[in-house]
Design a protein around this ligand. Sequence first.
Ligand code: HEC
Ligand code: HEC
Ligand code: HEC
Ligand code: HEC
Length: 447
Amino acid sequence: MYPKSSLPVLWPTVALASVAIAVSAFAQDVGKYSGPGSCAASNCHGSVTPRTTTRIRQNEYSIWAAQDKHGRAYTVLSNPVSLRMGKILRLSTAPNQADKCRACHALNVPENLRAQTFQGDEGVSCENCHGPAVGWLGPHTTKDWTREQSIKLGQYDTRDLLSRSERCMSCHVGTPEKRVDHEMIAAGHPDLTFELDTFSAVMPRHWKFPSEGDPWAGVQEWGIGQAVQLRESLSRLSRSAASKSWPEFAELECYSCHHNLTSPQDSWRQARGYAGRNPGAPAWDASRYVVFRHLVEQISPEDSRQLDAQLEKVSTLVGSGSDREQIESAAKQASGMADRIAQGLRRQPYGRDLSARVMQAIAADGAPIAEQGELSAAQAAMALDSISLAYQKNEKSGNEQELRAAINRLFDQVQNPSAYNAPMFAAQMQKVKKLLPGVQQAAASTH
Ligand code: HEC
Ligand code: HEC
Ligand code: HEC
Ligand code: HEC
């Protein structure tokens, strides 16, 4: 996209000064964190309006500080909900001092990795995603400096979608070191749901999108984000099954427990039955898989068969209250499979036909997805929203507004999760399907 020779020389005086700092400060500072204040100057990333003459817009800090909820992630640890959570969970300190909360709500790094400018009360800030900056802060503004050079000095590769997703999931799904479990949720923490493309748009993005000029970038974000999300949630399931707090309710479909009851005649759950589990047993939360599987199926029917078989096993083991060790090992194995698929998706080209086929397949599977529960329905709505938005950027279909309105009605169906009704969601999926772009026969064989 940008030949290196065309890179603008940014602020030569700053650059020269920083070379000197860079040379003297080198080795011992690589890996240290400076805090977001170092990025805030208006001639760095704190410009109020986007610059058009430079490759970087330079208003990243302003967007983060004014619009991005990450900028308030530390402050929310002092709000009434957090304070009550602290009491319920019997934390020994205030939530904003507790590692259990700071792990995801702040730049929570050890003392010896903090530069003098570091404060630690700025929420989820630049270096949570971009990596420790002290090593590259100086030189990264110099002429001809490349991203690869910064990466060698500690910058995190957020451009690679797999690494980017891993970064997001480290807090939005959890890791061995930090997690949101049902105890925290019951104490007031929101449930963690995620979808890379949708959540990036909501942040909002402080970078050019689509990056690299790829018009199908939204579909790629959705696909890779789903694969990494599946992999990470299966690793989490495997860890949960190994821990003594199993069964961990946060691994299960929330609304298989938390739904309104109706008379037997009105119960869609009884009408659906309890395939693969004991009647009334809470179901594994399959939302990170039942929508994504349609992309895998379009790309590789063989992978799709294997993934289906492995996840059916996971689902049945969890739903029949099986032995923890079996669940742990089945989830670990499936997570490995999801990883292989994720790696393959890096090289997957997206385009009109694949996007149309995936949307059609998701919508055609409306009833089974709907019957998995509210969380799966929400993922289907986000997927159709993301993919169709990318599609509409590239192709005119003439019914854009009608399709948007129909997809918005899918979102309406998941607004009150305890009252979620699968047949109604499935019926709306039928309506969406009729408005989706058709799959062209001729193109279908060429991918
Ligand atoms: C594994 C990472 C993780 C941990 C640990 C964690 N949180 Fe969160 N928290 C999140 C994420 C991600 C969100 C945003 C969820 C969303 O909206 O999708 C969030 C949202 C919240 C919100 C809602 C914020 C709002 O804008 O309304 C509160 C309150 C909160 N967390 C408090 C806490 C407290 C208190 C603790 C410690 C007991 C804690 N969190 C631990 C990741 C975490
Ligand atoms: C929640 C994660 C997150 C936070 C917090 C965050 N960024 Fe980013 N940033 C990204 C992602 C993802 C991209 C897009 C991929 C890329 O270009 O690296 C990006 C892109 C950028 C870019 C464009 C890079 C390019 O070459 O196009 C700049 C500059 C930037 N961020 C600066 C900042 C600054 C300054 C802050 C703090 C004020 C910040 N970011 C906070 C995730 C984050
Ligand atoms: C260090 C942990 C961390 C990382 C990494 C992280 N987030 Fe977050 N994210 C949070 C927390 C904590 C919140 C809740 C903030 C609040 O509501 O005050 C949040 C909130 C959000 C929200 C607002 C959700 C809502 O309900 O409005 C979006 C959107 C979001 N994150 C997207 C992303 C994306 C995209 C990435 C990766 C590029 C990412 N996050 C990486 C911790 C993180
Ligand atoms: C196996 C059944 C089960 C599953 C699955 C489950 N929960 Fe719970 N949940 C409970 C029980 C039991 C309580 C305690 C209710 C009480 O004390 O009244 C509870 C309490 C809660 C509470 C606090 C009560 C309230 O009304 O505010 C929230 C919020 C909550 N769960 C959300 C969730 C979410 C979100 C999920 C999915 C990530 C989930 N639960 C999964 C059984 C479950």
